[in-house]
Design a protein around this ligand. Sequence first.
Ligand SMILES: Nc1ncnc2c1ncn2[C@@H]1O[C@H](COP(=O)(O)OP(=O)(O)OP(=O)(O)O)[C@@H](O)[C@H]1O
Ligand SMILES: [Mg+2]
Length: 299
Amino acid sequence: MSAAEAPDYRRQSPAVAERFRQLKQRPVVLTVDRLTRRFSRPDGSEVTALENLSFVAHRREFLCILGPSGCGKSTLLRLLAGLDQPTSGRVLLDDREVSEPGPERGVVFQGYTLFPWLTVKQNVMFGLKIGGSGNDQADAEARQWLELVGLAKFADSYPSQLSGGMKQRVAIARALANNPRILLMDEPFGALDAQTRAQMQRHLLQIWRNVDITVLFITHDLDEALYLADRILVLKANPGRLDELIEVPVPRPRRPEQFGSPEFLAAKAHIEELIHPKIAPPTDSLPFIRFTQVGDDVE
Ligand SMILES: Nc1ncnc2c1ncn2[C@@H]1O[C@H](COP(=O)(O)OP(=O)(O)OP(=O)(O)O)[C@@H](O)[C@H]1O
Ligand SMILES: [Mg+2]
């Protein structure tokens, strides 16, 4: 197929185009405005983890951030969570500048961050009680959230008694319990096996459908981003900056057969080219040091 005949990765079916038109009319929840973060290295040099990054997320949008290791994904998430301060630029949530952590932003990290000495329910109640809820109210709300993530039966278990996927479902319940405006997730399923990961992706979409929440989900797995996202923000490294913002041309609810449409395949091929550009062989290859007998004929 010649380049002229190749399907345009921006092509959308009328249903998808209408969905994006509606999505962009929703209020903006998150504004990232010319965000830059530089760090000093111990040797005195500087690294620009993020440079001049700007984008917005709309109410109930599912936005994925995709990019290679070191392109500033976690730096971005920490800035959005208020756990770090930008060198310049700003983050606005509902038009209010973010400067510290707050209950309107729920965070789920890759590592398991539950308190091991508290039960599942107590973990979910923790933020609610800090937020001022009484014990009975926090108890009732925690049960509700555990119901939503399908773990009501495990309310009195301890984190060590749960599988990795279940722990992350508790972490999601805990993050949602404070009724945040936005859920910030940094490779939350990165440590799970492929099957559990796929199951968690389905769970997350189901949860998102039932809750009025905007999701910002970081991953370096293209298939995960394509399955989950409305839009994918592709970052590139050194310095971390916006490469392209791509609308996933698949309607919702998503069904497996939709992932074979020409529009979808064109978008996928385009992002693959962005994140794995056809470049010269790496210059950082390892030195040739052999700890085996040359000529042993195993290659
Ligand atoms: N506290 C810090 N001090 C110095 N450099 C830092 C600090 N935090 C991040 N960096 C640097 O900023 C860049 C971006 O790091 P970041 O962790 O945000 O990348 P990432 O996209 O999340 O990578 P990964 O996919 O491996 O998680 C890297 O070069 C990293 O070394
Ligand atoms: Mg990271």
